[in-house]
Design a protein around this ligand. Structure first.
Ligand code: ZN
Length: 237
């Protein structure tokens, strides 16, 4: 693949989606930095697995090792303080009256992108990469393509920049996300994502299932497990 001379900043949480996005960016852009947010998540396990994923992903491809740059860890505890959700408070996961699950942290992705844009401005980066997806998502309105497109316009107007927001997972489901990882980094990347990334809403690490670590029953685990099963079924066909 031709390497794009643009410099990218990947929103990297340590989960399956953002790790796949990181590989996607490393395969594509001349220089790639990462950004993570500590917003008072009830379970900071995702953040804890980030360094190991960063350390291991560069062993998959020599080119990736030369292109991966700085990691930026940002304290967004403000978000945890002003929001009341199942990800930031000790309450059960449930659907709210407005039809959205209470794992929805209002404004989270908008704030993430805005802070990422600010860091990109300072670092001279051209592209923001995020794992937002509206294919089999939990109905989060800030994962929608229209939300991201509108935000791209707003950010560039507000900062006089030409930042590009890329969302490589927007139109693919979880099975296709595993396939994308396979295409980008082969079995080594699939194995890294399976065993080192974290997605579970309950912060459970526990045993290593075929699809990775997690409780197996929360919405995030259910989605990840179903996607992996579909992906694995195609592999053996
Ligand atoms: Zn879970």
């Amino acid at each position: 693949m031709m390497i794009n001379t643009n410099r990218a900043l990947v929103l990297f949480s340590g989960g399956q989606d953002s790790t796949t996005c990181l590989a996607w960016a490393l395969a594509r852009y001349a220089h790639v930095e990462t950004i993570g947010f500590d917003y008072g998540q009830r379970h900071a396990i995702e953040l804890a697995v980030r360094p190991a994923v960063l350390e291991k992903i560069v062993t998959i491809d020599a080119g990736w090792a030369t292109r991966l740059g700085e990691d930026h860890m940002i304290d967004l505890s403000l978000l945890g303080r002003i929001s009341e959700t199942a990800l930031t408070r000790d309450v059960d996961i449930a659907f709210q009256e407005n039809g959205l699950p209470n794992t929805f942290v209002p404004g989270r992705n908008l704030m993430f992108m805005m802070v990422a844009a600010t860091v990109a401005y300072r670092r001279g980066l051209d592209v923001l990469v995020g794992g937002m997806c509206e294919t089999d998502f939990s109905g989060y309105p800030d994962c929608r393509d229209d939300s991201m497109k509108a935000l791209q316009v707003a950010l560039n107007l507000g900062m006089a920049t030409r930042l590009k927001l890329e969302t490589p997972l927007m139109w693919i489901d979880k099975a296709a996300t595993w396939t994308l990882a396979q295409d980008l980094g082969g079995a080594a990347l699939v194995e890294l994502i399976r065993s080192d990334t974290h997605t579970c809403y309950l912060g459970e690490r526990g045993v290593l299932h075929a699809w990775g670590h997690g409780c197996g029953t929360c919405p995030a685990c259910a989605l990840r497990a179903r996607g992996y099963e579909e992906f694995a079924a195609h592999l053996t066909e």
